[in-house]
Ligand binder design. Structure first.
Ligand code: NAD
Length: 671
């Protein structure tokens, strides 16, 4: 039965201390509570109905769910601190608090009549956990005829893959998933976005206009009051259209000559050179990348295109026995999902080998850099790419999910965080699609007592804090021999103070702002949490007063951290480093390897035996044994071990392993 009313109400589910204390909540509890508080304030300001659903179990746990009793872990006992919501989300007079013991908020018989009495027809649901009680509340509201909207960025889960599957399942049936900003804009009847001409997709060589108002809002990292771009979000229809265009163009392209395909990549490299200045300006403007790092990135992008052209020209069928060879065939249509921090070099590093080996592409760029994405596509078109061969669909996570799920997409190449990797791997596993994923890093540098400490400190300050630590290869943990730890700490602090924090447009700047104020605030909260847990902040970790209009953070060094704590274990992707003291070589190795990630590790010593021992035992896909800055070579395999990557390495020779399928041919070798 459809609900009669048209008012919108907010239902906050299980935002209670015990649920928020889950160590693997995504997004983390501080972020979730801050976002929920903002949404709650918006409803209260507009005098719209607000209900809270809280789990309450008897103080002795006797009526807890049976599986909680079995585990002897019963959260939310009546009267306990764990059952209370955070102060920012405490119910006020006039708001209903529905009580529940199991999953469903509507199990409290007062909730439905309370909403109906207030003329509610549309229910916005937020809280935790998405895969459990939020899902149940959505289904119950849907069954009762409410139009249900889930505040997409105000729901959390400790099981990201389960959360994403739930999101897709519910979105297909029972609820719309909208960002809180969208929901609040709709409360006032405002269109959510002034488009400013940004397309939702590039399909068949032409920009596509958005169907509806959903968009990703990106603010200027240097002036967070200023909206830089409102990027429309493509959905399954645009993704399907893009995949259809790619499939049609790919058939003819795969039959074209190797010379023509490699020639396209050389021509694209030339276009990248020609667009160098514009791309650098876009990198500085859109993601606040300091100018000299932006210049390096554009140069690397052109190198990726040229190296892919060489590879395509030289890779051919391999004779394995008389009359038998292994031929490399294109995969078909490849889905490409890329991050915001290298929005030029990473896409080129994937698109170039994909196209060179005869594939079509559906690319989901990061929404923070729409200008970079458009300029890359324009350059590719000028270089002579057939219309429809490379298409782009703009958007965020949900658009990436649509790409992974699209049946015409045969394989997916992703660069992003390990959390995103876990979700994308699940979606690819469902359809048995190959995945090549380059993921996050929580990289360690080992500094032994015989190292040139001043030189290592200077190099490592740059490695940790250049581009505000927003590089997957950034060093985040300094594992230092106990006998020199004090001296190294002082030298590193001094080297950090010497870094230039400021305008990314200036040639000398080392540290620009973080990509968003939201990200900076999450990092501030993580530093504060570490401090409460006993960490000592040696330097930095605050917002520089003269730069408070942007998302800057003074580079921070933390010492005395528990190796098991979040600040040591998780990738901050920010200008935050931790100093860990090692008793001896084996302890240094254990600390360096003792995290889930395995992307980069560096060794600073003058002892060749120690260098060899560490080099062989470090669990990282990229190991630096020489002093000086780490310069990633575009021809070298780029590979993360453990939670830092999946599938074959990328770049250089290794690209053939992912962007082609091997076929055993019995008979004459294909030409
Ligand atoms: P991200 O994982 O948030 O986003 C990467 C891409 O995936 C974007 O296009 C984004 O829209 C999409 N995405 C985000 N959440 C998703 C989800 N749940 N499901 C599917 N797609 C999703 O990463 P980011 O913030 O753009 O970039 C920073 C991260 O990327 C860091 O963890 C960094 O270490 C990693 N990174 C890794 C490498 C590497 O080569 N190993 C290089 C650069 C960046």
């Amino acid at each position: 039965m459809a609900a009669a009313g048209a008012r919108t109400a907010l239902l906050l589910v299980d935002l209670q201390a015990d649920f928020l204390a889950h160590p693997r909540l995504v997004p983390d509890a501080d972020t979730l509570v801050a976002r929920a508080a903002a949404l709650l304030a918006a409803f209260r300001e507009r005098a719209l109905p607000v209900a809270h659903a809280h789990t309450w179990v008897a103080a002795d746990g006797a009526d807890a769910m049976p599986h909680w009793r079995r585990r002897a872990a019963t959260p939310c006992r009546e009267g306990s601190a764990g059952a209370a919501p955070p102060a920012a989300l405490a119910p006020i007079a006039g708001e209903l608090v529905a009580r529940k013991r199991f999953y469903g908020a509507f199990g409290d018989a007062r909730l439905d009549p309370w909403l109906r009495a207030r003329g509610v027809g549309r229910l916005v649901v937020a809280g935790c956990h998405l895969q459990a009680c939020v899902r149940q509340a959505v289904l119950e509201a849907y069954e009762r005829g409410y139009q249900v909207v889930v505040a997409d960025d105000v729901v959390a889960t400790p099981e990201p893959l389960h959360g994403e599957l739930t999101r897709a399942w519910l979105a297909d049936r029972a609820a719309d998933f909208l960002a809180a900003a969208e929901i609040v804009a709709a409360l006032d009847g405002k269109p959510s976005a002034a488009r400013e001409g940004l397309p939702v997709a590039w399909i068949g060589g032409a920009p596509r206009t958005a169907r509806d108002g959903a968009c990703f809002v990106h603010r200027d990292p240097c002036d967070t009051a200023r909206v830089l771009a409102e990027v429309p979000l493509a959905g399954p229809p645009e993704v399907a259209e893009a995949a259809l265009a790619a499939e049609a163009a790919q058939r003819a392209w795969a039959a074209d000559t190797v010379q023509r395909r490699a020639g396209l990549l050389d021509a694209w490299a030339a276009e990248l050179d020609a667009d160098r200045e514009r791309l650098v300006e876009l990198l500085v403007g859109e993601v606040a990348k300091p100018r000299r790092f932006a210049e390096e990135e554009v140069g690397r992008a052109a190198a990726h295109a040229r190296i892919a052209a060489e590879l395509v020209r030289t890779a051919g069928p391999l004779a394995v026995a008389p009359g038998v060879c292994a031929a490399l065939r294109p995969v078909g249509v490849v889905g490409v999902v890329t991050p915001w921090n290298n929005p030029v070099a990473i896409p080129v590093g994937k698109l170039a080998p994909a196209l060179g080996f005869g594939n079509g592409v559906v690319w989901k760029p990061a929404p923070h850099a729409p200008g970079c994405a458009q300029l890359l596509l324009e350059g590719l078109a000028r270089a002579g790419a057939p219309a429809g061969l490379a298409n782009a669909v703009f958007g965020a996570a949900a658009t990436a999910h649509a790409v992974c799920r699209e049946s015409r997409v045969a394989a997916v190449a992703l660069t992003g965080s390990s959390e995103t990797g876990r979700v994308v791997a699940g979606l690819c596993a469902e359809a048995l699609k190959p995945l090549q994923a380059e993921l996050g890093g929580n990289n360690a540098a080992i500094v032994l007592a015989d190292a040139d400490l001043a030189a290592a400190a200077a190099d490592l300050a740059q490695a940790a804090f250049g581009f505000a630590g927003q590089r997957c290869t950034a060093i985040r943990r300094l594992v230092v021999a106990a006998e020199v730890a004090g001296r190294f700490e002082a030298l590193f602090a001094e080297a950090t103070r010497a870094l230039r924090v400021g305008d990314p447009g200036e040639a000398a700047t080392d540290v620009g702002p973080l990509v968003s104020a939201d990200k900076r605030d999450r990092v501030l909260a993580a530093i504060e949490r570490a401090r409460r847990e006993g960490a000592r902040v040696v330097i930095g970790g605050e917002v520089p007063r003269r730069l408070a209009h942007g998302a800057w953070l003074v580079p921070a060094l933390l010492a005395d951290v528990d190796p098991a704590s979040a600040i040591a274990q998780e990738e901050s992707f920010a200008p935050v480093a931790v100093l860990q003291v090692a008793r001896d070589l084996e302890h240094a190795l254990a600390l360096a390897n003792g995290v889930p990630h395995g992307l980069v590790a560096s060794v600073h010593t003058s002892d060749p035996c120690a260098r060899a021992r560490l080099g062989a035992a470090l669990e990282a896909g990229i190991v630096q044994l020489a002093p000086g800055p780490l310069r990633i070579h575009p021809r070298a395999p780029f590979v993360g071990w453990k939670a830092s990557g999946l599938g074959p390495p990328e770049h250089g020779l290794w690209d053939a392993a992912f962007y082609t399928r091997t076929q055993a041919v019995y008979g004459p070798a294909p030409c």
